[in-house]
Design a protein around this ligand. Structure first.
Ligand SMILES: O=P(O)(O)O[C@H]1O[C@H](CO)[C@@H](O)[C@H]1O
Ligand SMILES: O=c1cc[nH]c(=O)[nH]1
Length: 237
């Protein structure tokens, strides 16, 4: 049952998984939000935990950075461990009229990665979020009066460098966040048949010299995490 990347045992992982890029963020979320926490993965230090949030069984596991790493974990979680819902809780660089700390729901993810094309016969896949998860997140945010901006995002393979015209292209297409996994996560979800969503906190701004400190990226994203967890609870709970 274990894989080269996950040493969890059958039944260790809940059918709902939060997937931050940073494994230390996974550990922080487990400690701060879950009861009865059990460590379920240490392979490659990609820390993973299972526990309960207000009675709902949930796991939280790091994905690593970039589409290839995220896709390995998402695929194995779905195929080997039967995971049905994966929500990325990530950070992103903001573009245009967003500010540090803003929450973005990634409705669709454009990309410079070739990953989805490799799976889709060279064609362009419209990598989009699951509508049910998206609606639940939007409704929960509205009920809790949390600002959640539904936006297009861009998943890049190049944290450094890349297309020098990218910022202008993003602005021209009203894309509001740049990160490195959502397009691949959505592509894997469409292929494997699980529900996926990315919710992102703006941790940098691509046009201003504004950056969250590393500890805040690891431990300071409680508003996003609480919103996502609440949105995953069964209706009426
Ligand atoms: O904070 P996480 O979830 O890792 O997400 C963003 O941060 C990393 C880059 O610093 C990339 O993984 C990017 O997508
Ligand atoms: O991929 C990312 C993540 C956070 N901030 C960025 O600028 N890019």
């Amino acid at each position: 049952m274990s894989t080269p990347h996950l040493d969890a045992r059958p039944g260790d992982i809940a059918d709902t998984v939060l997937l931050p890029g940073d494994p230390l963020r996974a550990r922080h979320i487990a400690r701060e939000f879950l009861d009865g926490v059990v460590e379920v993965n240490t392979r490659r230090n990609m820390l993973g935990y299972s526990g309960r949030y207000r009675g709902m069984r949930v796991s939280v596991i790091g994905s690593g950075m970039g589409i290839p790493s995220c896709a390995i974990y998402a695929t194995e979680l779905a195929r080997v461990f039967g995971v049905r819902r994966i929500v990325r809780v990530g950070t992103c660089g903001g573009v245009g009229d967003v500010a540090l700390g803003d929450l973005l729901l990634a409705q669709a993810a454009s990309t410079d990665s070739n990953f989805n094309r490799l799976q889709f016969g060279g064609h362009e896949l419209a990598a989009c979020a699951d509508f049910g998860l998206m609606r639940a997140a939007v409704d929960t945010a509205a009920a809790q009066r949390v600002e959640l901006r539904v936006a297009g995002v861009f998943s890049t393979d190049c944290f450094h460098g890349g297309d020098p015209q990218l910022l202008a292209r993003l602005l021209a297409h009203r894309i509001r966040g740049v990160e490195m996994e959502s397009a691949g996560l959505y592509g894997v979800a469409m292929r494997e048949g699980f529900q996926a969503l990315s919710v992102l906190t703006v941790s940098d701004h691509l046009q201003h010299d504004a950056h969250m400190p590393p500890t805040q990226r690891e431990q300071g994203l409680a508003r996003m995490t609480a919103l996502v967890l609440d949105s995953l609870l069964p209706a009426g709970s």
